[in-house]
Design a protein around this ligand. Sequence first.
Ligand code: MN
Length: 131
Amino acid sequence: MPGPLILIVEDNEKNLKLVRDILQFNGYQTVESRTAEKAIEIARTRQPALILMDIQLPGMDGVTALRHLRADPSMRRIPVMAITGSAVSIGRKKALEVGFEGYHAKPIRVRVFVEEVRRILNSRSETKGSS
Ligand code: MN
């Protein structure tokens, strides 16, 4: 049985490949975008179970993209996890405050990263089951 679909939004090729490989190795299906603008289109049509959102992107940034997703009834329930780059990016507390369901700072630490993905997907399915 194919695993849940995860949309990866990442403009850095090396990180994109790493995240894709980790997710596929763990049984998830992946789709990817290098920009937030295109990611929003993909999210609308493919309805992924989770979006992994890089914060620093060419064009629209990840926080702005989250606002667009939350403003659209067809996408507002898709959980979004922030993947942040450097010291100039946002921290965990801020990420959760602005509405991300999860947070991971680069460099990617494989085990912690996968645990965070699982946590978000599990909490989502529990919410669905109880409502
Ligand atoms: Mn980036």
